[in-house]
Design a protein around this ligand. Structure first.
Ligand code: CA
Length: 430
């Protein structure tokens, strides 16, 4: 996983798609303090899981071969229980996920994989822009799979921590994937929680929905882009995607609108919304098929959206509305659509990844040890941001936004940098 901040708690059916989403499972965390895990218990635990794995379809020989030499990685337990202290505003989340870079990359992918995407659309009835948007958010078009060996992470989580029953199922399924030859064990790396490949499927999702689209006899979500694109489309189709229907669109609310009926699940006929004065954001009448819910990700003063059942299909990929909105909006941008019309209710909007890298470079120039300039504002970057905010007389919240970037830009290079000895050495960046 690459991020450690969260946009609201989300309890995903897939549990964790950390390639790019910021969804952290927090429910139930910190409910109990456990004794420190004992590594000596690992080998007996793994041996004790064999019967259940075999009952689930892993070959006995395969189990012995694939678990021989496994050692636990206790760091994943910290990630399991990680409680983000920093809550990412929706405008920061979207600014990083739907930026000019990802739009340009996505359009290049649409061109490069045009024939494959057309064949995928013909078979699964999900359009190329939506499939590519999921790919871009999940793994940044295959650049970011996560680097943790899956069998190590999942066996550790099967033997320690608070969700062992869940992770044992994923562990057995991961073993089946390797045992069956779909993906080699060396290629099976991913997020700490077990999501892997271009599409960041969990192993159980892979077994249910992965597709061999290039016809080589293997369902390979790591090495085959056609398999990955088709598997994403298959997921959305099975989640209820309707061809030729939109996910939704931005709308305009009348002055004094009563937002109490908002919510993705509270779907109403368009006539009801029209009757309450809702129009498309350009003022034209509402259109679309079926009932729609009113999504207000930043409250009634921010951008408003009507969302249809295709939005729910995206939501099924990772149960967070912010995540679904990022994919939906990216798909619109890939089709040539523009940014949201209504501004976010803030005077300090979020940073693209290029701007985050620029901010990090300006922090490094001021002597902050933030680790790699990677465009991801983790704990170390935020510690440095707090120091600079205090120096500049800005609110000290550890958030990297346009105001801080502008102030540091105005200073240039190292600016009126701090004394080196006044810098606390922040924790190493993730
Ligand atoms: Ca294949």
């Amino acid at each position: 996983m690459k991020r450690n901040n969260s946009v609201g708690a989300c309890a995903s059916a897939r549990f964790a798609i950390f390639g790019a989403s910021l969804c952290i499972l927090v429910s139930g965390a910190a409910a109990h303090a456990q004794a420190a895990p004992d590594p000596a218990g690992f080998a007996p635990c793994v041996a004790g899981l064999k019967a259940a794995a075999v009952a689930r379809g892993v070959s006995p020989d395969g189990y012995e071969r694939l678990t021989a030499g496994l050692a636990p990685d206790m760091k994943v337990l910290d990630l399991l229980d990680y409680q983000p202290e920093f809550r990412t505003p929706i405008w920061d989340y979207l600014a990083g996920l739907v930026d000019d870079e990802r739009i340009a990359d996505g359009q290049a992918m649409l061109a490069q994989w045009r024939d494959t995407l057309a064949a995928v659309a013909a078979r699964f009835h999900v359009d190329p822009a939506t499939v590519v948007a999921v790919w871009g958010v999940e793994s940044n078009f295959g650049r970011n799979f996560g680097s943790r060996p899956l069998l190590t992470s999942l066996s550790t989580l099967s033997c320690y921590g608070r969700r062992q029953a869940y992770f044992r199922g994923e562990f057995y399924d991961a073993l089946k994937i390797v045992d069956s030859g779909d993906v080699s064990v060396d290629q099976l790396t991913g997020s700490w929680a077990g999501a892997f490949g271009h599409t960041q499927f969990m192993p159980s999702t892979f077994l249910r929905l992965a597709v061999d689209f290039d016809g080589d006899g293997r369902r390979d979500l790591v090495g085959s882009v056609p398999d990955a694109l088709a598997s994403t489309a298959n997921f959305l189709k099975r989640a209820g995607w309707r061809e030729d229907e939109v996910w939704g669109y931005e709308v305009r609310l009348p002055a004094g609108f009563d937002a109490s009926g908002a919510g993705r699940r509270n779907k109403q006929p368009l006539a009801v919304w029209s009757g309450r004065g809702v129009t498309r954001v350009d003022g034209t009448p509402l259109d679309g098929t079926g009932n729609a819910g009113l999504l207000l990700p930043a409250g009634p003063k921010g951008p408003a959206f009507l969302v249809f059942r295709n939005f729910d299909a995206i939501y099924g990929y990772n149960a967070a509305e912010s995540y679904a909105l990022a994919i939906a909006h990216l798909s619109d941008r890939l089709r040539g659509g523009g940014p949201f019309v209504t501004p976010w209710p803030t005077d300090d909007t979020g940073l693209s990844r290029a701007e985050r890298r620029e901010l990090q470079t300006l922090l490094v120039a001021r002597g902050h040890a933030i680790g790699t300039v990677d465009g991801m504002l983790g704990d170390a970057s935020r510690a440095a941001i707090r120091i600079e905010q205090e120096r500049l007389g800005q609110p000290v919240d550890g958030r990297g936004g346009q105001k801080l970037l502008s102030a540091l830009r105005r200073e240039g290079g190292a600016g009126q940098s701090l004394q080196q000895d006044s810098l606390d050495a922040p924790a190493q960046g993730r």
